[in-house]
Design a protein around this ligand. Sequence first.
Ligand code: PFF
Length: 470
Amino acid sequence: MAKEKKGGFSGQFGFVIAAAGSAVGVGNIWRFPYLAARDGGGLFLIIYLILVVTFGFTLLTSDIAIGRKTQKSSIYAYAQMRPKWKFLGVITFLVPVLIMTYYAVIGGWITKYIVVYLIGDGAAAAGDGYFTAFITSKVSPVVFGLIFMLVTAFIVYNGVEKGIERCSRFMMPILFVMIIIIAIYALTLSHTGADGVTRTGLEGFAYYLKPDLSGVTPSRFFSILLDAMGQLFFSLSVSMGIMITYGSYVKKDVDLNQSVTQIEIFDTLVAFLAGMMIIPSIYVFSGLDGMNAGPSLIFISLPKVFTAMGKIGPVIAVLFFVMAAFAALTSCVSVLEAITANCMEITHKPRKKVTLVLTVIYCVMTAIVALGYSIFYFEIKLPNGVTGQLLDIMDYVSNNLLMPIISLLSTILIGWIVGPKWVADEMEYGGKKFRRKRMYYVMIRFVCPIMMFILSLQSTGLLAKIFGWN
Ligand code: PFF
C-alpha cells in the first residue's frame, strides 16, 4: 500500500543507478583524492578498499534491508523495528536535514565554475584569491546556490521513478564516461616546471598507487584508518537514512545482495578514478606540494592546473565541472528525497505539497549558508580541531558527530536487540543468496559497534584527549 502511494524504482537497475547517484558525489570527486594524497597514497587506498567490503558492506546492507523490509523512511522504520527506538529514526532524519542546508551551496559553487569556463573566464578563476572573492561576495554564491536548489527540488517534485531514477539514468553514465576520459588524459600529461624538472602523469599515478609508509607511526596509522572510515560513510551515504528511504522503494523481487555489491563497486570505482584524474594532474603542474591543498583542491588548485594545460584546459575544465555538478546533483536529490519521504510519512500529505514547502525552507537555508562567508560570517573552533564557519559547523554536526553515533546505535539495535537474522531474512527473501552472511553477523555484532564507538570518540575530540594527541 505505502509503496503504491510513494512510487518506487522500476527495477534493480533503476535502484542501483539511483543509489549510485546518491553515493557518488562531491565526496568521491573532491574529498577522496585529497585524503588519498594526504594519507599515504596506496596505503589509504588499501585501507579504504578493505573497509568498503567490510564496514561499507555491513552498513549499506543494513540500511537498504531496513528500508525494504519496513517500507518506511528512517523515523517510522526504526519505530517499526522497536517502538522505543524511534528516537534513533529522528536523529537519523536530522542528518539529511542538516546536510541539505549546505549541499546546494557547494553545488552552486560547482555550477558557477561551469559558467566561468563556458564564458571563457578560466584564466581569472586560476588567479589567487578568486575563489575567496567569490564565496565572500554577497550575490553570486546565493544565486548559484538557489539555482542548484531549485533544480534539485524540481527532480524530487517529479517523484521516484519519473524524477530521481530518470535523472540518474541520464547523468550517471555520462559522468562515468567523462571521468574516464579525464583520468586517461591526466595520465598522458607531462610538464617541465620552472625548476627544470619534468614531471609526468604516470609518475603522479605511481605516487597515488604506491603505499607511502614513511612516517607512519601507530597513531598516524590509526588516524588514517579513521579518515578512511569517515570518508566511507559519507561516500556511501549510509547512516543518514538515505539508503533506508531508497531501500523502501525497491521491489521485492530485486536481489539486494547484487545491488549492494554493484553500489559498492560503482562508488569505489568513481572515487578511484577521481584520484587517478586529480592526483597526477596536480603532481604534473604543482609537484607534491600542490597535494596539500586540502578542501580547496577543486576550486583553487585545479583551475591553476587547467590554465597550465594550455588550449585544451578550458575544455577539460568544463567536462570536469559538469561531471562534478552531475555527481553533486544526484546526491543532493537523495538528501532532499530522504527529508521529503519522512515528511510525507509524518504529515500524510502528497509529495508535491511537501516538496513545495521544503523548497521554500531550503531556499532560505541555502541563501543563509551561502552568505556564511560574508554577512553571516563567524567562526568557532570545533572539537575535532578544525576552525569552522556556518557550512563547516553543519558539516561537522551531521557527518562527524551524528553519523558515527547513529551507526553505533543502529548496529547495536540490529546486532543485539532485533538480531541480525531480521536483516538476513530480507537479504534472502525469495530464495536469494546472502553470500557474506557470516561476515555480516560478526561485523554487525562485534566489529562495527567497537569501531563506531572509537570513531565517535575521535570526532568529538575525546580520543585525542584520552591518548594525549594533539
Ligand atoms: N555520498 C555523497 C558523496 O560522496 O558526496 C554525499 C552525500 C550524499 C552525503 C548524500 C550525504 C548525503 F546525504
